[in-house]
Write a protein that binds this ligand. Structure first.
Ligand code: ZN
Length: 284
């Protein structure tokens, strides 16, 4: 199943990505209309949606991707993991971590899958990432049980303004990665049952059509089960919570010469089986 937020309302999207059915209307108000309410009642929603009451062909309406929000647009908590691919840690000149380096992206930087990215002053970089949305609360969950707490996966960009991110003496990861529009996600959540190989998905990023990142989530140092286990050993993960899982090699800051985003650049981020994002950079 594909779940999206369209003009603030939960919708189920057809396999072609063209038609959407309003969840609140189809369920006579039992679920939705906002997506957070769907995550808060996730097991019941999945059961209802799987019962076959949704006739996407008959009741689906066409939509524009530019009118979608992030699939979980108002989570209680947002986690982001740094240095989770060996090749990206290597290109950054940093050691492979023993535990997942964790920061946040403040939720005001969330955006939908398509639109403009207003470039703040400084050095703005790209980071294509797999994004996890939690479906059932998780506390001290072992890795072997972790997938049962995940609602699904989506595509994310962890846009990063490197000058602030790396300003010393204490780096400002969370702020440097939270300018408005710095966390586009989507186009929809794909539920875990609809993804053949949950632990090995191709991640790709292009800038103006040139491939800058090409990796596989199977190369993550800490896979999704390990991240859920680690995070839930410290905090309680809540339905709708979002986890950015880290980026593979190929970011602009690690290039020689370094390359950062400029007005007019078009960033396209794709994860096989999930979908893609598209932002056009504009001057502030
Ligand atoms: Zn990142």
């Amino acid at each position: 199943m594909r779940l999206a937020s369209w003009n603030g309302r939960a919708v189920v999207v057809d396999a072609g990505g063209n038609l959407a059915v309003d969840v609140a209307k189809a369920s006579d108000g039992r679920f939705g209309p906002d997506v957070q309410r769907v995550y808060d009642d996730w097991p019941a929603f999945v059961e209802w949606a799987g019962a076959g009451d949704l006739d996407l062909e008959q009741f689906g309406r066409p939509f524009r991707r530019a009118d979608l929000q992030a699939p979980s647009p108002t989570p209680r908590q947002v986690f982001a993991i740094g240095l989770n691919y060996r090749d990206h840690a290597d290109e950054s000149g940093l050691a492979h971590p023993d535990i997942p380096p964790t920061f946040t992206k403040f939720v005001s930087c969330f955006a939908g899958p398509e639109g403009t990215l207003v470039l703040p002053a400084g050095t703005v970089d790209w980071e294509a990432e797999l994004v996890v949305v939690i479906g059932r609360a998780a506390r001290h969950v072992p890795a072997a049980d972790a997938w049962s707490h995940v609602a699904g996966l989506t595509v994310g960009q962890d846009y990063s303004e490197r000058s602030l991110q790396l300003a010393g003496p204490a780096p400002q990861f969370s702020l440097g990665k939270s300018h408005p529009g710095f966390a586009p996600q989507g186009p929809w959540l794909v539920t875990t049952d609809a993804i053949p190989d949950l632990d090995d998905l191709e991640v790709k990023c292009t800038v103006n059509g040139e491939t800058v990142q090409s990796g596989r989530t199977g190369d993550m140092i800490f896979g999704v089960p390990e991240l859920v286990a680690f995070l839930s050993s410290v905090v309680t993960l809540m339905p709708g919570d979002v986890v950015f899982t880290g980026t593979p090699a190929g970011v602009g800051a690690a290039r020689s010469p370094q390359r950062f985003l400029r007005p007019g650049d078009v960033v396209h981020t794709t994860i096989a089986g999930l979908g893609s994002l598209r932002q056009t950079c504009v001057a502030k």
